[in-house]
Design a protein around this ligand. Structure first.
Ligand SMILES: [Zn+2]
Length: 244
């Protein structure tokens, strides 16, 4: 579990977040993907009909290409919906951690959005289950950015094993790194940047406060999960008692 990746490159300020939130990292383009998926399925269906009004009959390679596109779109939408669902569960299970990260500010008091994506394990590097990405602007050491713009953090989690525990852990790193961004970058350069570079070590040397909070958040999540699970059991017992 990880870690901050810092890149020093010239990137223009793209956007300014006015309302810090935890967000689904897939949200920005899911609607257009749903429209495209429906359209591709319609074209394939129309092409199958014997007396199709379709202007051109699709060739085998064209159909194959479209089917691959459909698979990829379906996967995107599936993981979008899964992310939505898992974030909802996390909010119910560990409300306090969720609230902390949903209202997080950098050291200058600027709100920071946290974009989360749950992905298939195959999309992560070997041995990697979760990663937090925030980069430093070359012209402003206090400003972090990610693929979602300025004042954002991107979190990517493998959905296959303990995804919500991993999310709690990454939230722990963020809890410390966002409000201490400029000093954490210095710390990162000193302890992780060139020497001792092992992915499992980054974020967790003895002096790394973000690693300590990440471990604490992981434990807190596990405790909260047990309470949540017992409440659910109670609820279902009650429901069954009502029926019988
Ligand atoms: Zn970690």
């Amino acid at each position: 579990m990880k870690k901050l990746i810092i890149v020093f490159s010239a990137i223009l300020l793209i956007q300014y977040s006015v309302c810090a939130k935890i967000k689904n990292g897939y949200n920005s383009s899911v609607e257009e993907k749903e429209i495209l998926l429906a359209r591709l399925k319609e074209v394939l269906l129309e092409n199958k009909k014997r007396n199709s009004k379709s202007m051109v009959k699709l060739t085998f390679p064209q159909k194959r290409k479209m089917k691959l596109q459909i698979d990829s779109l379906e996967q995107y939408i599936y993981y979008h919906n899964l992310t939505e669902e898992l974030l909802g569960h996390f909010k119910l299970i560990s409300w306090e951690i969720y609230r902390d990260i949903n209202n997080i500010f950098n050291e200058n008091g600027i709100e920071t959005d946290v974009y989360v994506k749950f992905v298939p394990k195959g999309q992560m590097k070997v041995g990697q289950n979760a990663i937090t990405l925030m980069y430093q602007k070359p012209n402003n050491k206090y400003v972090s950015f990610s693929e979602y713009g300025s004042h954002t953090v991107a979190v990517i989690i493998a959905a296959d094993t303990k995804p919500l525990w991993l999310l709690a852990h990454e939230f722990g790193h963020i809890k410390y790194q966002v409000p201490n961004f400029s000093t954490y970058v210095e710390f990162y350069k000193k302890y992780y940047y060139y020497k001792y570079f092992k992915s499992s070590f980054i974020g967790h040397n003895d002096r790394d406060e973000s690693g300590k909070i990440a471990m604490r958040f992981g434990q807190e999540y596990q405790k909260n999960y047990k309470v949540y699970r017992n409440k659910l059991k109670e609820y279902y017992r009650y429901q069954i008692a009502l029926i019988n």
